[in-house]
Each structure stands twice: as C-alpha cells, then as structure tokens.
Design a protein around this ligand. Structure first.
Ligand SMILES: NC(=O)c1ccc[n+]([C@@H]2O[C@H](COP(=O)([O-])OP(=O)(O)OC[C@H]3O[C@@H](n4cnc5c(N)ncnc54)[C@H](O)[C@@H]3O)[C@@H](O)[C@H]2O)c1
Length: 446
C-alpha cells in the first residue's frame, strides 16, 4: 500500500462528506460520489449542503487544493482509487428494520466498477448495518463480479461513531477504530490507512469479525441512549420530590468511575438520525433471532414519552393551550447542527398545534429545515427574542449556547406571561428572577 492510498467515498451526507473533507485535509486524494447531483454541484464549489462546524472551511480548501473531487460516475471513482468507503444512509424501514435500499444500490454501482478492475480493491462499509449485512454484501459483489472476496477484492466493516455538531473533530480524534474484516489483507490495509490518516493521534484499533463490528455500533448506540433514558426516568422522579434536582443527582452518580459523567444530562429525550432508528433496528434484529431485548425496549419507551413533558409543563402553567402563544426555541436535534431528523422538537410542536396553541419557532441554524417540516402550521421568528416577544410561554428544546446567554429578567419583560420551560436544563435554577415562573426537567417542587 502506498502511504496515503487514494480512496473513493460513496454517499456524501453528514458522515461521508465530513470524512472526505478531513481525509483531504490530511493530504489524501479523495473522490466523492453521490446520486444527488445537486449535492455534487454544491460540493464542487466547496460548499457544504448542511451545517457542521468547521466543515465548510475544510471543504473549500480540499476542493481548491484538488485533494477532493467529485464524480457522477461510480465506475470512475472505483477505477481511480484503492478503496471505496460506503457511507450511504440506512434509515428506518416501514417495519422498523434498517432500510438497506441505498446500500444495495451503492453496492450495485460499486460492483460494476469492481468487475472492470484488474487490481485488488478494498470495499469498506461505514454505514450502520445490521449483523450479517456486510457478509451478504461480499456475496453480492462476488456474484456480480465473478471475483472472490478475500482474494480478488477485500471487504471491511468499519463503523462510524462521530457526533453531529462535532463531526470534524471526531473524525480527526476518534476514541477507537473498529475494523471488522473478511480476511487479514483487508484488515491490514485498513489499519495501515488509519495509521497514515491519524498518525500520532491513532487510538486503539480493534480488529474483529464483520458481525462483531456491526454489533459494536448498535450496542454502542443502545448503551448511550439507555444512559439518557435512565437519567430522564430519574429526572421524572425528582420532579415529584420536593427539593430534589436531577442535575445534582447526575453529578453525584457521574463521579463514580464505574458510571462516568457522560450522557447523564436529563432533558426532553434523545432524537436525531441515529439513536431512534438504530434502537428500533436492534429490537428487530433481536426479534429475528428470537431474543428479547427488554432494556432496549424500555429505553425506547421512556424516550417516546419524554418530549411531551414540555407540553405537560405548558398545560400545568397555562391550563387550556387553545389560542395561547407558545415560543419553541431550538429545533435541531442537538446544538451545532441544522439536522432535524428525529428531532424531539417535531413531536412537541405537533402536539402544541394539535392542542390549539399558536406556535412560534426559532433555531439558530435549522430554520430552512424547519420550514420544510412545519410549513404554515407555525410562525417563524428571526431571533430568540423575536420568538419570545408577546408569548404566553417559552419552551427551550435545544441547548444552543445562544440561549444560555439570555437574561431571563429581560426575557420576562417581553413576554405576555413570563413562563419559561427549560427542557434542557440551560439555566441555573438559583439565578431565576422572581418575576419568572420557571419549570425545568428533573427539578423538584420548592
Ligand atoms: N449522521 C450521524 O451522526 C451518523 C453517525 C454515525 C453513523 N452514521 C451512519 O452513517 C450512515 C450515513 O449517515 P448520514 O447521516 O451521513 O446519512 P445522509 O442521509 O446524510 O447521507 C447519505 C448520502 O448517501 C447518498 N446516497 C444514497 N444512495 C446512494 C447511492 N446509491 N450511491 C451514492 N450515494 C448515495 C445520499 O444522497 C446522501 O447524500 C448511516 O448508516 C448512519 O446510520 C451516521
């Protein structure tokens, strides 16, 4: 293997494009392919189709340096590179199973290129896929090309663990690299590739079977989601216990080294493009092999109810919501992204609208996506203060830094009713001005 082998990436979404740009920033030659021609046009001009901190700068440089190019021809992408990473979407299917349509179509395109290739080529599945999928992909490619996996081409399953909003940094500083391999040569190649990419920042590398790599990704997400659902369950208990506060309880248990402080922030539930669909897919995997996964089921159940806490608080404060003006602040599923896939704000806004409230929404980055989702069901504000002005109640749904700096005393003056619902524990309860009626997740009555 040359020190920095040229690679192609199929699927230039949040995962693929960030990976492409960070690789190119480290001097790799990267060829990107996506079926979405609009996306390719934007990327060609160094523009990102979505918001991710630091990405646009890297992308512009990668394109102008000539390290990142895009193509409409998947065959050309395979021919000109030594390895292809597949980073297409694996969304939730109708029955909760992972929908592998994008993966199958990418494999078909890749297979055509592979059939014409004389030299060995590595296929790397980086998308999150259920156990058994990568081995089936190898078989499909063998049938399509007449070549043998492990001899004429290689295949690895290399799950991605990045966090949106921190994706560039996570790509450059991963906690570990998991390499599921169909044969030693494939694993050796990918290990060498990561050594060249990450250099001194190389984390532990775990080499294992394709199925273990697939399962590690699902188990990882299920465990993280379980930690959040656990603390949300404790938060709901704290609310009913005078003088209790889940923030203090979480701090106390997080100091136990066996538990750790991360993913113990109580709130309105987890959302996004990964946890919801991955936990459902994992439950289906269990069902398919006849194994019940009760902790995963409970993790999902707790989370399905949690967003509605915001509406319960609003009703507790205002009674009937019909005709009440409710500001919803923060729509992206987490801060520092414009991604609204699976965002809890969608459930909250829809429920408020259903109850007859007049809803006005604001998010620092996700307004274009919000307009596509909510249409004319809601009003759109230009800023947080604009949303809050004249409102009967303000619900904070995403913990953007911009919201943390709001002075609640000033905010209260703008509101019709100074009712603040803190769905993410943004504000310190000890500093709430007496003019504000403050409700927060996990804060016991005082
Ligand atoms: N988004 C995350 O935070 C994250 C983190 C870890 C893992 N993952 C996993 O990574 C995978 C990709 O996630 P994402 O958020 O980047 O998805 P995405 O929907 O943002 O991007 C997928 C891209 O693939 C393209 N595509 C679809 N079919 C294609 C084909 N046949 N050939 C080439 N391109 C094709 C789409 O046009 C799109 O641009 C998923 O399996 C996801 O579960 C995502």
């Amino acid at each position: 293997m040359t020190e920095k082998p040229p690679v192609s990436i199929f699927g230039l979404g949040y995962v693929g494009l960030t990976f492409a740009a960070t690789l190119a920033s480290r001097g790799f030659k990267v060829v990107g392919y996506d079926i979405d021609e609009g996306k390719l046009e934007l990327i060609k001009r160094g523009k990102s189709p979505f918001y991710e901190p630091g990405l646009e700068e890297l992308l512009a440089k990668a394109v102008s340096d000539g390290n990142l190019t895009v193509t409409r021809d998947p065959g050309e992408a395979v021919a000109g590179t030594d390895a292809t990473f597949i980073t297409v979407g694996t969304p939730e299917g109708l029955d909760g199973r992972a929908d592998l349509t994008q993966l199958h179509s990418a494999l078909k395109d890749l297979g055509k290129g592979l059939a014409n290739k004389r030299s060995w080529h590595l296929v790397v599945i980086r998308s999150t896929v259920p156990p058994g999928t990568s081995r089936s992909a190898a078989k499909l490619l063998e049938e399509m090309t007449g070549k043998r996996c492990g001899v004429d081409f290689g295949l690895c399953m290399n799950p991605e663990f990045l966090r949106e909003g921190n994706a560039v940094e996570d790509n450059l500083n991963p906690d570990r690299v998991v390499i599921g391999e169909c044969d030693k040569r494939s694993g050796d190649f990918l290990e060498g590739f990561y050594k060249a990419f990450l250099g001194e920042r190389l984390p532990p590398i775990l080499r294992t079977s394709l199925e273990n790599a697939e399962l590690i990704k699902y188990a990882n997400n299920a465990f993280l989601a379980m930690k959040i659902s656990f603390i949300n369950m404790i938060a709901n208990l704290c609310e009913r216990i005078p003088y209790a506060d889940v923030e203090e309880v979480a701090r106390g248990i997080g100091l136990d080294k066996r538990i750790g402080p991360y993913f113990l922030k109580a709130g309105l539930g987890w959302g996004g493009s990964c946890f919801p669909k991955d936990l459902k897919a994992l439950l289906r995997v269990g069902e398919d092999v006849g194994v019940d996964l009760p902790l995963v089921r409970a993790t999902v159940e707790v989370n399905e109810r949690q967003p509605y806490k915001a509406v319960e608080f609003a009703e507790r404060a205002l009674g009937d919501l019909r005709g009440k003006r409710v500001a919803v602040l923060g729509l992206a599923f987490k801060p520092n992204t414009d991604d609204m896939r699976g965002a809890v704000s969608i459930k909250i806004v829809n429920k408020l609208v259903e109850k007859g409230a007049v809803v006005v929404v604001y998010d620092p980055k996700a307004m274009p996506n919000a307009k596509r989702i909510f249409g004319d069901k809601v009003e759109y504000a230009e800023s947080a203060l604009d949303a809050i002005r004249g409102a009967d109640c303000a619900i904070f749904v995403t913990e953007w830094d911009e919201f943390k700096s709001l002075k609640l005393g000033e905010v209260a003056k703008l509101m019709k009713n100074p009712i603040i619902i803190d769905g993410r524990r943004i504000f310190d309860p000890r500093t709430i001005p007496p003019t504000v009626k403050y409700y927060a997740i996990g804060l016991g009555w005082r």
